[in-house]
Ligand binder design. Sequence first.
Ligand code: PPY
Length: 362
Amino acid sequence: MEKLIREWDGEEIITRYDHPTGAWIFIAIHSTRLGPAAGGTRMKSYASVEDALKDAMRLSAGMTYKFAVPGMPFGGGKAVIAVPAKLDPALRAGLLRRYGRLIGQVGGLLNTGPDLGTTPADMDLIAEHGSPHVFGRTPAAGGAGASGPATALGVFNAIEVVCEELFGDTSVAGRRVLVQGTGSVGGSLIGLLTQAGARVMFSDVDEEKVRHFRDELGLAYIPPEQLFGASCDILSPCALGGILNADNIPRLKCEGIAGGANNQLDTPEDAERLRQRGILYAPDFVVNVGGAMHLIYAETLGWDDARIEQDIAMTVRRTLHQLFDVARNEGITTDAAAYRIAEARLATGPAADRPELAIGRN
Ligand code: PPY
């Protein structure tokens, strides 16, 4: 763990051991170069405490680049609450409240919100002591609520841009899109794709979800073990990260990839593996920015849904076109192009075009 922290390129890690539950809390601040750090709180159990720390570090770096590509004035951070495999549900609220106190104590170092394993209702508990640094509370408590649908809207726009780049036509009508994971993002995305006339296929490990999407909605189901060999136009990973690797990339039968999951590539080299296979990869942190935009724009600027949706569509389309151009012109991977755009922004500093964005205004 010492080595991990020493060699990390981020700014700081705050660690808390929660005695009543045995949970480890890591707040990772990767960069405040462009503004106050923002990023969700992930709650899950990990194989080891070190894995939890690694996840927090990796996810917070992802947030830095997520904000940097479109030039949003925020820094990258993320928190992980690593809970024991069998956390007594009765202890959960207390844990969230103590975590909220910590968020309040570190006063604005991390502006957090929901992530995998946490919900708007959890944010309400965290906000009791963590306000105003908690996004995504329930609408009843004055928050912007779930961000899955907004993320899905960005993913949908990304899929259209990928289709345009691959097939010269932005429409998804008739395209075979395979959605991995039908949670809050994947489920909303399936709705948007179906409406637009795409031939939607899906994969999920949850029996109940399979029953719903296959048996009730009549969508084509691909069992998880066949996911990577399934023939489709676009693969859309909307479940856990790290799913594209040296083992499965050679087997992929898709032409493009655009999904909502964070950290889809197992290692940075996987971007080159995809490029060599001629598969167009839309970098995850560019594609899935819609969730963060929803939370921040609704809660700091008070924008209504229609305006936010318009801005998400525009931002995702603009940044993807820009980075596909860079990748094509420079002969580099789309991932490298995204990092190049982000690094350029990090080098010049925050954009002056959105000075009205400030956390804690309302
Ligand atoms: C993500 O997009 O992965 C997030 O973590 C979203 C987010 C953005 C800003 C505050 C809290 C969560």
